[in-house]
Design a protein around this ligand. Structure first.
Ligand code: DQA
Length: 142
């Protein structure tokens, strides 16, 4: 299965970013979690909303079979990202390391969840394992 693992702003800092909230796993560790289940993983991270949109646009027709996406704070306000996700014709799994519903009120709402197949939140790095399992099942069932 060819999976695009896409991360938004500040997730490049995982490993040293507030470990009490986000844990100690680095982006490379999360990529390995997904690769263990999915096989082929194309990993992308950007601090820039537009770059993330362009990568998602490129996933239309490049052989990507599923997308696992942690948009970071864009989750909570980016309608442009939501529109780009909605354009995809492959399953998308939204994943958050932290339990966003137990945090500040602005994190309780995701503008992305309405256009994805599955949302996983609060399971830390294991959430990426679960996301890959969900993506695999969605691809198999398609
Ligand atoms: C996050 C949660 C977001 O609220 C936050 O802005 C992030 C990371 C998570 O993985 O828990 O950058 O998506």
């Amino acid at each position: 299965m060819q999976v695009l693992l896409a991360h938004g702003p500040n997730l490049s800092q995982l490993g040293s970013r507030d470990p009490a909230v986000y844990g100690h796993a680095t982006l490379a560790d999360l990529e390995a979690e997904v690769a263990a289940v999915a096989g082929e993983v194309d990993a992308f991270q950007s601090e820039y909303e537009g770059a993330l949109l362009e990568r998602l646009h490129a996933a239309r027709g490049d052989g990507t079979e599923a997308v696992i996406l942690n948009p970071g704070a864009l989750t909570h306000y980016s309608y442009a990202l939501r529109d780009a996700v909605e354009l995809l014709d492959v399953p998308v799994v939204e994943v958050h390391l932290s339990q966003v519903h137990a945090r500040e009120p602005f994190r309780h709402h995701s503008v992305i969840s309405g256009v994805v197949a599955v949302t996983i939140t609060g399971a830390g790095a294991y959430g990426y394992h679960l996301a890959a399992l969900a993506a695999r099942r969605l691809v198999e069932d398609a």
